[in-house]
Write a protein that binds this ligand. Structure first.
Ligand code: IPE
Ligand code: IPE
Ligand code: MG
Length: 227
């Protein structure tokens, strides 16, 4: 919850789903669907932060998405680097701190570099908000890695509490999720921020991700208080 205004969620997490179905409906290829999914990205981000949300987390590629055809995966990776190139200045102008959440292992060097460069270029100490991108992310993987790191530190079991676990997740320092939105109509969490979403309100909207705009964002945020 936003301490200054309880009507505004502090941390919103978003599962961007429905690119494939959008493409099928329009007789286009899945890659065209993913490309269309990047169209409103800038204005959607802007709408959330202008509304007063301070943390926004997008789900871009899950650990389960490695099961997709290789050509589709390569297409998603190339779109990620292109989107970072085209959005970087916008993110800097909005003074948002960018964080990659997920594993850097297995990602191609170019993708890793884009993510790291974006993090480096947005290390504002007085940021207006935090934008996280979950890419090669899975909650179970995250909790597993956190557990290993805690064990490697030789911490005594008595010293381990919920805070210690939170501090070892990719999301260390980021508040819990208040509102989880999924586009595309499915009502699944799909291994996204499971630990962080214990108290989150959940909204599943039928709008497919490429059709999701700032107006949809405002509509959901306006109804947050009644949920
Ligand atoms: C979400 O759209 C994008 C990613 C998971 C990368 P989908 O590709 O899952 O689209 P649908 O669910 O098949 O419509
Ligand atoms: C969830 O979408 C993952 C991302 C948006 C990155 P999917 O389309 O991959 O999820 P499932 O497999 O249908 O739950
Ligand atoms: Mg999907």
């Amino acid at each position: 919850m936003n301490e200054l205004n309880p009507k505004i969620p502090n941390h919103v997490a978003l599962i961007m789903d429905g690119n494939g179905r959008w493409a099928t409906q329009k007789n286009k290829t899945r890659s065209e669907g993913h490309l269309a999914g990047t169209n409103h990205l800038g204005s959607v981000i802007e709408t959330f932060f202008n509304y007063g949300v301070s943390h926004l987390s997008f789900y871009g590629f899950s650990t389960e998405n490695w099961n997709r055809p290789k050509s589709e995966i390569i297409g998603i990776f190339s779109l990620l680097t292109k989107s970072i190139d085209s959005e970087l200045q916008h993110i800097i102008d909005m003074k948002l701190k960018f964080i990659h959440i997920g594993s850097k292992q297995r990602l191609p060097g170019k993708v890793r570099k884009s993510l790291v460069d974006m993090e480096r270029s947005t290390k504002f100490s007085d940021a207006n908000g935090v934008l996280s991108l979950a890419f090669n992310y899975g909650s179970r993987q995250e909790i597993l890695e956190a557990t290993k790191r805690i064990i490697d530190k030789n911490l005594k079991s008595i010293a381990i509490d919920k805070n210690v676990i939170s501090e070892h997740l990719y999301t260390a320092g980021i508040p819990d999720v208040d509102l989880l939105i999924r586009t595309g109509g499915e009502k699944r969490i799909s291994n996204f921020l499971l630990w962080q979403s214990v108290d989150a309100k959940f909204v599943s909207t039928d709008t497919l991700w490429p059709d999701f705009t700032g107006q949809h964002v405002e509509c959901i945020l306006n109804s947050y208080n009644q949920m």
